[in-house]
Design a protein around this ligand. Structure first.
Ligand SMILES: O=C[C@H](O)[C@H](O)[C@H](O)COP(=O)(O)O
Length: 234
């Protein structure tokens, strides 16, 4: 992920990732997100680590763990760090105003949500194309479910008004999360009340977690063609 890229938006996302990485201070416990934008941030942290910054990280996926480890970053878990100073991650959609999110198109939503919930500050980095007026406008809501009975779980998610698709990889194999579960991508269209929908999804037996992140975001760093913008939760 390191090195120069000729795509101007990737360069802007790299700047946003660097700005987020600059928030990490010596001695912090930091949640390390997942996805292409979070990978730019982990790269930026790797450069700071090489310059002498010392912190510990809890990764939100095996992918991010591997990347961080390769950069020499010390990784820990919740047994020693039940509370994190900061977590930094990408998102699939960010609702203007509320800064509520949809996450999980990369399949890491469960660990990402656990890490975000444990963090004193949760900072999100996105490009401006991820900003929406209503969550669900473009992205489905990924829902992690147990493999046992997933068809029944899918039917109940459908009854909430979603078009439900079991996630399959490009090679035709089932997508299986780091936790060994399945993902149901639930297209609801624009969501009027994300908090109520998150609760309704969570009530369905077989659901482990949804990719709706409501009232969790502290700050969003947006990479746009005009430069970087910081949006702060009210
Ligand atoms: O499960 C994946 C995560 O929620 C990602 O943070 C999200 O999908 C955004 O990824 P990207 O930065 O690659 O668009």
């Amino acid at each position: 992920m390191s090195g120069q890229n000729s795509d101007p938006m990737v360069e802007l996302k790299r700047r946003a990732a660097e700005e987020a990485a600059a928030m990490v201070q010596d001695g912090m416990a930091v949640g390390l997100g997942t996805g292409s934008t979070a990978a730019l941030m982990i790269d930026a942290l790797g450069r700071r680590w090489a310059d002498g910054l010392r912190f510990v990280g809890i990764p939100t996926s095996e992918r991010s763990a591997e990347q961080a480890r390769a950069l020499g970053i010390t990784l820990v878990d919740f047994s020693t760090h039940a509370r994190l100073d900061l977590a930094i991650d990408g998102a699939d959609e960010v609702e203007r105003g509320s800064l509520d999110l949809i996450k999980g198109l990369g399949g890491a939503l469960l660990r990402e949500k656990i890490v975000a919930a444990a963090a004193r500050r949760f900072v999100v980095i996105v490009d401006e194309g991820k900003l929406v007026d209503h969550l669900g406008s473009r992205s489905p809501v990924p829902v992690e479910v147990t493999p046992f009975g997933w068809e029944s779980t899918a039917r109940q998610l459908g009854e909430l008004g979603a078009r439900v698709a079991l996630r399959i990889k490009r090679d035709g194999e089932l997508f299986v999360t780091d936790g060994g579960n399945l993902i149901l991508d639930c297209a609801f269209g624009p969501i009027e009340d994300p908090r109520a929908l998150e609760a309704a999804i969570g009530d369905i037996v077989g659901v482990i977690e949804s990719g709706l992140f409501v009232h969790r975001t502290s700050e969003v760093i947006v990479a746009g063609r005009q430069g970087l913008t910081r949006l702060v939760a009210a």
